[in-house]
Design a protein around this ligand. Structure first.
Ligand code: PMP
Length: 360
């Protein structure tokens, strides 16, 4: 069976070369006579995989030496809870920017630990934009400032950071490794693996070492960032196979020329797709053009009664998972690193034929 172009927001498409390599190594990883799934997490073989994944992250993202790289279990939603638990001790408030569904969920969890100061919100604009920096009211006494730089559901992305003395904590789940970033501007970044890193199962956390001192011994050990760092992310059994596949994806990204090269492809993919949306009478994207996501492109059809036909015909054309998030409807094309330019071109071609067929 031919593989399709999968536009899922996560779990998302993985590079075919990675899946093939995993297939080749499934029964016997590098001559050890067993699958990575069957290996002890304490074995030298698995330790070498974990170390390789960390080293690749360090090189690809140019992570400075004063940061720890962790693979944490649970999902990005677990981080929503772990972050205030680890970083807010001794502080009364935490500051959060509200730019969409994922910001709001993080705020809800943080409110269980501390008073949340919402620095600015685009809720009144239906989360179609990012509040101007001049409107952000950052409480200088907060434990940290939390931002979500790419809202996966809304399709809103921004790359600027405020000048602030507060440690910046960022959810980069759906933008990590898709564009160059300056890690030294952040105190902590986290990203669920199932978009640009690998399959679901782990969260990549990059934390500045001084922040580890905030984690109190009273925290559950498996939640304690300091303990996780001291134990090389292995307080308990980590999601070994997920980390192995992440390492293969990172290796693949290296082979593509790294983040700066894939960023050029990502810019071009997004440019072509938004150009299609902007020049169409059937399709449109509701997001402020200054903050349109390169990774998640939501769009609506002028005539909503065509939605199901669009989805069925797209599937028949090998273009899968284009339905928008269940809470917002419409369509969404997630075009992470593993989506080739040819996949975006195939989508655009299909959209053009569909619109012509319906007289638009
Ligand atoms: N943050 C962002 C930006 C996300 O896109 C997601 C998942 N789509 C999450 C957090 C939550 O991730 P998880 O399902 O791994 O908890």
């Amino acid at each position: 069976m031919a593989r399709v172009y999968n536009f899922s927001s996560g779990p998302a498409a993985l590079p075919e070369e990675v899946l093939k390599k995993a297939q080749r190594e499934m029964l016997d990883w590098q001559g050890v006579g067993m699958s990575v799934m069957e290996m002890s997490h304490r074995s030298k073989e698995f330790t070498s995989i974990l170390d390789s994944a960390k080293q690749r992250v360090k090189n690809l993202l140019k992570v400075p030496d004063n940061y720890e790289i962790l693979f944490v279990q649970g999902g990005a939603s677990t981080l929503f809870a772990q972050i205030p638990a680890n970083l807010a001790y001794g502080f009364e408030t935490v500051s959060y920017l509200d730019t969409g569904v994922w910001s709001s969920k993080a705020i809800k969890e943080a409110a269980k630990y501390a008073k949340v100061n919402v620095v600015a919100s685009s809720k009144a604009q239906n989360y179609t934009t990012v509040p101007d920096l001049s409107e952000w009211q950052i409480d200088p006494n907060s434990a940290y400032l939390h931002i979500v730089q790419n809202e996966t559901i809304g399709g809103v992305e921004f790359d600027f950071l405020p000048e602030t003395d507060l440690p910046i904590v960022a959810d980069l789940s759906s933008t990590i490794l898709s564009r160059e970033i300056d890690i030294s501007r952040y105190a902590l970044i986290y990203a669920g693996a199932q978009k640009n890193i690998g399959p679901v199962g782990s969260v990549l956390v990059i934390i500045r070492k001084d922040m580890l001192e905030r984690s109190q011994d009273s925290l559950p050990s498996v939640w304690n960032f300091k303990q996780l760092a001291l134990n090389n992310s292995m307080i308990n059994t980590p999601p070994t196979y997920s980390i192995y596949l992440a390492n293969l994806v990172l290796e693949w990204l290296d082979e593509q020329g790294g983040v700066s090269e894939i960023e050029k492809v990502n810019v071009e993919k997004a440019r072509r797709l938004y150009q299609k949306l902007d020049s169409s009478r059937l399709y449109s994207n509701p997001i402020d053009p200054a903050y349109r996501s390169r990774m998640n492109v939501p769009f609506i059809l002028q005539d909503e009664s065509l939605n199901s036909e669009f989805l069925v015909e797209a599937e028949n054309a090998g273009l899968k998972t284009l339905a928008g998030h269940r809470t917002v409807g419409g369509m969404r094309a997630s075009i992470y690193n593993a989506m080739p330019l040819a996949g975006v071109d195939a989508l655009i071609e299909f959209m053009s034929a569909f619109e012509k067929k319906h007289g638009y």
